[in-house]
Design a protein around this ligand. Structure first.
Ligand SMILES: Nc1ncnc2c1ncn2[C@@H]1O[C@H](COP(=O)(O)OP(=O)(O)OP(=O)(O)O)[C@@H](O)[C@H]1O
Length: 329
């Protein structure tokens, strides 16, 4: 039976054990994400935005089955992904694939791209060499490259072309979901636009879903049907991409929009003045993750963790005691 959502993430928390602690010293575990609930529909793109360290990649790794959540559940196409052991089952590799920011993470430098795209094809089902070659040519065409390029190695290609090859390799597994972890941030503006257009075309034609991880709200707005905003491991706002971009209700989302670089204005200010960047006061995520930087903080913010509630005007969810569209904003 086809469920309404391909991906269901419920109340997920991930605690990393500190790797560099020597025996005899107290553990200093880090909750990278806490209390995160998200869903992704069939043929839908969910954009996950937030500054560096907000927990986006951790969510992506959980969805891929590479990181096991400490708490909560993750279901993807009927797989209980959160319950996987140390090895991701092969069957699940045909469900979820990834394209990294740096295509060299997905591509092997010394191997022709045809061999690399063909490898999952041959493993997925029995095919003759000729069938694999035909399918590789078709996939290259799907991502806007020429069939003859199959015999070339990755080093011959530009960054944008390498990302197309990485997408073709992911598509060879015939996945239902592709995690796109900062797929365009290493590219120039023109290559970014071309890659986004290609990914959208692939989605329309194949019905694949995307989890798009990015620090760039503009890219996410353009490509994602819905946007979820993360701040220090917590979800602070989510809704349709247009609503979140046009009428952000969480002050952190507004700050992200106003940031030109991948640094918050507070951090830029702090760095230029030599002040220390404020660190989260609470590890247990019992208060708003944005509290110490928020220009709109009120008494309630010092007392309780704001829950995600639906904004009556914009219809999207915001976890804020003093949201931007409240009457007193
Ligand atoms: N393997 C790990 N061990 C310990 N801590 C980790 C590990 N991976 C991530 N973290 C910590 O978890 C938090 C979230 O990191 P994560 O990479 O998920 O954030 P992000 O939003 O994807 O950041 P970036 O955009 O810089 O990749 C950070 O504080 C990070 O230092």
């Amino acid at each position: 039976m086809r469920t309404p959502n391909l991906v269901e993430i419920e109340n997920v928390g991930v605690r990393y054990r500190s790797a560099d602690l020597r025996l005899g010293r107290a553990r200093n575990d880090v909750w990278a994400v806490r209390g995160v609930s998200l869903s992704i529909g069939h043929a839908e793109t969910l954009g996950l935005v937030g500054e560096s360290g907000s927990g986006k990649s951790t969510i992506g790794q959980c969805v891929l089955g590479n990181v096991r959540p400490t708490e909560g559940t993750i279901r993807v196409a009927g797989f209980d992904v959160g319950a996987f052991g140390t090895r991701v089952p092969l069957d699940y590799r045909w469900v979820a694939q990834v394209v990294w920011q740096d295509p060299y993470r997905s591509l092997t430098p010394g191997m022709s791209i045809g061999t690399q795209i063909g490898e999952p094809l041959a493993r997925r089902r029995k095919r003759s060499r000729a069938e694999v070659a035909t399918e590789v040519a078709r996939l290259l065409e799907v991502v806007g490259l020429e069939a003859e390029m199959a015999k070339e190695r990755p080093s011959r290609f530009s960054g944008g072309q390498r990302q197309r090859i990485a997408v073709a390799r992911a598509l060879a597994a015939e996945p239902r979901l592709i995690v796109l972890d900062e797929p365009v941030s290493a590219l120039d503006v023109i290559s970014q636009a071309q890659l986004i257009e290609m990914l959208e075309k692939v989605q329309r034609e194949l019905g694949v879903s995307y989890l798009l991880i990015s620090h760039d709200l503009a890219v996410v707005r353009h490509m994602a049907h819905r946007t979820a905003v993360m701040c220090r491991g917590q979800l602070v706002e989510s809704g349709t991409s247009n609503a979140v971009a046009e009428m952000p209700t969480h002050p952190y989302t507004r700050e992200l929009q106003d940031s030109v670089l991948d640094l918050s204005s507070t951090e830029r200010e702090a760095r230029s003045s030599g002040r220390a960047v404020p660190v989260a006061r609470q590890q247990a995520h019992t208060l708003c993750p944005y509290l110490e930087r928020c220009p709109r903080a009120i008494g309630a913010c010092e007392r309780d963790l704001p829950r995600l509630v639906q904004n009556p005007e914009t219809r999207h969810l915001t976890a804020c005691h003093h949201p931007l569209t409240s009457p007193s904003a």
